[in-house]
Design a protein around this ligand. Structure first.
Ligand code: SF4
Length: 747
């Protein structure tokens, strides 16, 4: 067995944890010497990675030791952020909160969190915001990466939760990749894939992606579609499966509803029509469908290429449809992973820090809300459920309009990661908006805050988190946080105490003070729900492998894959969501859902492909897709401080097709200016994998590490200067893949 390890000299002791730099969540041990983190090694005993680590996991820990960690709170005085005591900073945060609660009500407070905290942090925040303050404005930056994953699972299967496990790779004979490049986004998963692809009896691989990625180079069929045409491609595959009889009729009759409507919708998506829409060969559409049609165990992976496009949920549901048409779910090697992006994104959704109520509860189901009210000992009406929880894009709009006057941004960096950055900066800079930022570094967003709270990072606090295939890991505290930095959970507890948040008996609302107590409370909240954690304890997670939920009395060792009995949580009493009309985003009511009567059957949902809101056109003749590179995570606040990762990818770039570059007289390394209707960036060109007419720019880069002559007023380089304020109507995930730009050489 290969155990990957990287340390900076000898290690005194190893402390159990897992990597927080992508959704694969590889288990690792943290090496400690003299009270400092000095390295990591993979945990061979763990089911997820068996000792392997990718570059971010191996080198990313060095950010913890960066010299510019925040060690004291900062408070804005006379326009400058100045060091302050915790007392002073938290008093200010509580005072502003109380003032707004008294004058404008709970809806004037918003919380925008991350995909990198632990369950214990998130659950405390969810209770404080939803049960204590009573605001509906709590969302995560997981809105930008996994909102569609969760939503598509809800639309098709009634509830969030990945049907498959990562080990299904070992059993599949066909892998369908839709908008995912595992070679860069989840390197250990890619290693696992390569073991199969380069080993005996390899699976066949199909990749749908506008770029010729590493994953595409290893595939039998690469459909290099135009950005914004995923739905047409997947409808085309469904049309071929139905036309050729490559469907599991018995499974469809017994375990799904919606086949007739699906058949009708996809019937016009012939290979020739799909070829015209997507810009690929009709023969390749037939070949892709043929391979899927012959598959005996089909594993489908979906990620941002789908989630960050228009018609995101419709396309992700169309990927679910492909597996359901073939009856490929709940069996070894046959299933779906609507992948997550960030390491603990799953937990924002489970704890209620994303646009859901805790425990995958349905905001339209009064019985679900009553369960929460009872658990938290608050009045039912204290928990906002008059409409869907506010999504991040809407929260920023409310902040722009002034109805949100207090915005607490936790472990995320919207001044680099949200679309249309000039607008985001102008929102955060408003005098009337009180911005609190909790972070480990003075990010681009923190620089615009009124109060900055120094947060402990992974390795500096105790807690649990869950990876993309439902594996729960314990992360022990290895070292003390630097200076006065504090774990996020402690910060929220302090805040709740200062606000005097109480339950309906006048007792403190939050009943826990340690991470383990928070985990126990979270477990009770999940009891009986699909994400049941009640069988897990810290002790059980110590020493061995991570364990997949549901883990309870019936499944004390966890659950490798869901839906092995082909019964889905689509009953009206259990489902997390009553679903949406995919084209418009209209929300179905309980009555409408009951009329559908899925009752344990999966729901085949279909939609017609439509053109994106913005596409290449005469004055902006290229389509921009933003995305990720293997060396960086999110906005580089951590990976940009790991020397090896920073050296591997120090600056952003624009990837162009060689034919486009030649036509524009652009050579490798030339500086190019990309301009959209919203902004411009100037970055060096790389001539590589996108199809003609497409430009790719990594989204990780902002301005914290460049000199005075750079930045939005110097040489702008953040990809989101170019992107647009628009989102998928169902999942509300912003669209990053189809901005129209023009390209010119500038030096
Ligand atoms: S694959 Fe993901 S979780 Fe594993 S080491 Fe790499 S970044 Fe970390």
């Amino acid at each position: 067995m290969r155990i990957d390890e990287y340390t900076d000299g000898p290690v005194e002791r190893w402390v159990q944890s897992a990597c927080v730099l992508c959704s694969h969540g590889c288990a690792l041990d943290i090496g400690v010497r003299d009270g400092k983190i000095v390295g990591v090694r993979g945990r061979g005993v763990d089911r997820v990675n068996h000792g392997r680590l990718g570059p971010k996991g191996l080198y990313g820990w060095q950010a913890n030791n960066a010299a510019d960690r925040l060690t004291r709170p900062l408070v804005r005085r006379d326009g400058e952020l100045r060091e302050a005591s915790w007392e002073e900073a938290m008093d200010l945060v509580a005072e502003r909160s109380r003032e707004l609660l008294a004058t404008k009500g709970s809806g004037s407070l918003g919380f925008y969190t991350t995909g990198q905290l632990f369950i214990e942090d998130y659950y405390t925040l969810a209770l404080v915001a939803r049960g204590g303050i009573g605001t509906n404005h709590l969302d995560g930056n997981t809105r930008l990466c996994t909102a569609t994953a969760g939503q598509a699972l809800k639309e098709t299967f009634g509830c969030d939760g990945q049907p498959s496990g990562v080990h299904d790779i070992e059993f599949c004979d066909t892998i369908l990749h839709v908008g995912i490049n595992t070679a860069e986004t989840q390197t250990v998963l890619w290693m696992h894939e390569l073991d199969r692809l380069r080993g005996p009896d390899p699976p066949r691989s199909i990749v749908i992606d506008p770029r010729r990625t590493q994953s595409a180079r290893e595939s039998q069929v690469h459909l290099a579609i135009k950005p914004g045409t995923n739905l047409a491609a997947l409808n085309g595959i469904a049309q071929q499966l139905i036309e050729n009889g490559w469907i599991d009729r018995e499974f469809l009759d017994m375990h799904t509803i919606g086949f007739d409507a699906l058949e009708q919708t996809v019937s016009s998506y012939t290979p020739e029509r799909v070829a015209g829409i997507c810009g690929v060969a009709a023969a390749d559409v037939r070949r892709a469908a043929g391979i899927i049609g012959e598959a005996e165990s089909l594993l489908t992976f979906v990620l941002q290429g789908v989630y960050q496009s228009h018609q995101a949920t419709a396309s992700a549901c169309a990927a679910n449809n492909v597996n359901l048409l073939r009856g490929m779910i709940g069996k070894p090697g046959a299933g779906i992973l609507q992948m997550n992006g960030q390491p603990t994104a799953q937990n924002t959704r489970e704890t209620g820090c994303n646009g859901d109520l805790p425990g995958f509860r349905n905001w339209q189901n009064d019985a679900h809300v009553a369960e929460l009210a009872q658990l938290w000992n608050v009045d039912l009406l204290q928990i906002p459920h008059w409409g869907p929880p506010t999504h991040a894009m809407e929260m920023f709009r409310y902040a722009e309009l002034g109805s949100i006057g207090f915005l607490w941004i936790i472990g995320t960096n919207p001044a680099v990661s949200l679309p249309e950055l000039h607008r985001i900066r102008s929102i955060l800079e408003q005098e009337r908006l009180f911005v609190v930022v909790s972070d480990a570094f003075l990010s681009e967003t923190a620089r615009l805050a009124d109060v900055v709270l120094p947060a402990a990072l992974w390795g500096e606090k105790l807690g649990t988190f869950t990876n993309t295939d439902r594996t729960v890991h314990l992360s022990e505290k290895a070292v003390e946080p630097p200076g006065e930095a504090r774990p996020d959970m402690e910060i929220f507890l302090d805040y709740a105490q200062r606000l005097g948040l109480q339950d309906k008996d006048g007792q403190p609302l939050v009943k826990w003070s340690t991470p383990e107590q928070a985990f126990e409370a979270f477990k009770q909240m999940t009891k009986g729900r699909p994400c049941d954690y009640t069988g897990l304890t810290y002790e059980q997670l110590r020493g061995g492998s991570g364990i997949q939920w549901p883990c309870n009395e019936e499944a004390p060792d966890g659950t490798e894959r869901l839906y092995t009995d082909h019964v889905f949580p689509t009953g009206p009493d259990i489902c997390e969501d009553y679903g949406h009309e995919l084209a418009s985003g209209a929300t179905f009511t309980q009555t409408e859902f009951k009329a559908l009567n899925p009752q344990g059957r999966a729901i085949l949902k279909a939609a017609e492909w439509t053109e994106p809101h913005e596409w290449a056109r005469e004055d902006y003749p290229f389509t921009l897709a933003t995305g990720r590179t293997v060396y960086h995570f999110h906005t580089r606040t951590k990976t940009g401080r790991a020397p090896e990762l920073q050296a591997a990818a120090p600056d952003p770039w624009a990837e162009l097709n060689a034919a486009d570059a030649e036509r524009l007289g652009i050579a490798e390394g030339d500086f190019v200016r990309l301009e959209s209707p919203r902004g411009a960036i100037e970055v060096p060109a790389r001539l590589s994998g996108p199809r003609e007419g497409v430009v790719f720019v990594p989204f990780h880069y902002g301005y914290w590490d460049v000199g005075d002559n750079a930045g939005p007023n110097g040489r702008p380089r953040a990809a989101n200067e170019l992107t647009m304020t628009i989102w998928d109507p169902v999942s509300k995930q912003p669209i990053y893949k189809t901005s129209a730009v023009r390209v010119e050489k500038v030096g």
